[in-house]
Design a binder for this molecule. Structure first.
Ligand SMILES: Cc1cc2nc3c(=O)[nH]c(=O)nc-3n(C[C@H](O)[C@H](O)[C@H](O)COP(=O)(O)O)c2cc1C
Length: 177
């Protein structure tokens, strides 16, 4: 059984908490490492399952300008101010071995806005040859800086378990096809 890597972007810590909960769920089935996007590797040797998530900013993945906006209003330094999923995936090399994929994002619960960082990053990673095992998933926060809506960490743990189960069911060879 190979290793799973969870890469997250987070300004205020909400997506980071979701990523940690997803990794807990994954670990019922597979070894899982969690990595903040600023220090995520640009190649993926030995990774069989990649789980990627970040906050939805301006209907998609963050940009330098939206991260600056996020930092301006924050009481503490933001976690992923320097590099987001967009910049990481631009630097990422296409894997030479099959990599299964699952993506998630966080969004405000209200108002319900269109757009999704999870869909956007999935599109980019599919272009690098990765194969999604499930649809992108969204977890909700109560306001721009959080907190997470009630029950979202439990849902994230369950989703992590379900991603690992679907990955095992499909098998990496079929996903590579
Ligand atoms: C600049 C900026 C733009 C945002 N745009 C959206 C948006 O288009 N849709 C949405 O649902 N939430 C939006 N949000 C709310 C973020 O999704 C929310 O801050 C995030 O889920 C919190 O996660 P984090 O603590 O990991 O950064 C935006 C937040 C910021 C700071």
């Amino acid at each position: 059984m190979g290793t799973a890597l969870v890469v997250y972007e987070s300004m205020y810590g909400n997506t980071e908490r979701v990523a940690q909960a997803i990794a807990e769920g994954l670990r019922d089935h597979v070894d899982a490492i969690v990595c903040e996007v600023g220090v995520a590797p640009d190649t993926l040797p030995d990774i069989e399952l990649l789980v990627v998530g970040g906050p939805t900013h301006a209907f998609g993945m963050s940009r330098a300008s939206t991260r600056e906006d996020a930092a301006r209003s924050a009481a503490r330094p933001v976690l992923s101010g320097r590099r987001g999923l967009r910049e990481w995936t631009e630097a990422l090399s296409a894997p030479t071995t099959p990599v299964a994929l699952a993506t998630f994002d966080t969004k405000v619960a209200r108002p319900r806005l269109p757009g999704s960082a999870a869909h956007a990053v999935a599109r980019r990673l599919r272009q690098l040859g990765m194969r999604p095992v499930c649809s992108p998933e969204t977890f909700h926060v109560q306001g721009r800086e959080g907190p997470l809506s009630e029950g979202e960490l439990d849902r994230a743990r369950d989703w992590g378990q379900s991603v690992a189960r679907q990955w095992r069911r499909h098998g990496s060879s079929e996903l590579a096809g």
